[in-house]
Design a protein around this ligand. Sequence first.
Ligand code: AMP
Length: 210
Amino acid sequence: MNLVFLGPPGAGKGTQAARISQTYDIPHISTGAMLREAIANQTPLGIQAKATIERGELVSDEIVIGIVKERLAQADCAKGYLLDGFPRTVPQAEALDQFSHVEAAVNVDVPAQVIIDRIAGRRMCQVCGEALHVDLLKGSDTCPKCGGKMVQRDDDKPETVRNRLDVYEKQTKPLIDYYRRQNALLDVNGNQPIDEVQADIRRALEEAMK
Ligand code: AMP
């Protein structure tokens, strides 16, 4: 199954994508996570991308298309993949169509005000990347999965979030129509408890794959 997950920052895409990738046993490929890893390892790509990400802007199409093309060529993607955070622009979607066939685009839809509240409370583990809301951490800053430290992502700070939402509206939202035109769009209400969003995504995928 070849899937892409769309949705604004803070829609819960990453959480939902991680579960779906386990259920269907397909690799979860997050370009954001790959870029954060490159930054942590201070690779040439990481050094180049760091300032752009911290401003809440998009890394160039050329760079991310290259990363994704290389990743999808790996053996574990032969039975399918789940792309989380890619494509984010129409040129990225067009490039992806050149080297792969997207079967479904899951659009996790959440109203803007809910997103702003969610991102303000989001913390991410510095070690394993687990994302949780502060309410669930109950005052702790320790990752319940691996014991790493839970911190706020630099690009989740309010000044950057505004920019990321703006970038989403202008550059990423047009992908909803792009995949609708291809008859591949699956709209899911992301403004519900995590398990319900997950159940809706599974139902929509099962219906689409019949
Ligand atoms: P994410 O974890 O998906 O929210 O991504 C974090 C940041 O990484 C984004 O705000 C962008 O700066 C960068 N990024 C991730 N995926 C892409 C992409 N497909 N195209 C351009 N930049 C990206």
